[in-house]
Design a protein around this ligand. Structure first.
Ligand SMILES: [Zn+2]
Length: 64
């Protein structure tokens, strides 16, 4: 949570766990597990502020 995100060229760790289900993060375009926990198309670094703001129960958040 406190560690800074790596460069967007680095895939999200979730991508390595889901070969064949990798797609660009909706936030930063880094390769990430497209249908990860809750079906969120966000890498963990984009997900953290969303969770902090809306809570972990949020299922989908518009980019804007
Ligand atoms: Zn991202």
């Amino acid at each position: 949570m406190t560690s800074p995100p790596p460069r967007v060229t680095e895939p999200d760790p979730s991508a390595a766990r889901a070969p064949g289900l990798v797609g660009p993060c909706a936030g930063c375009q880094r390769p990430t597990h497209k249908y990860g926990a809750g079906g969120r198309p966000l890498c963990q670094w984009c997900m953290d502020p969303v969770v902090a703001r809306y809570g972990s129960t949020v299922r989908y958040v518009s980019a804007r």
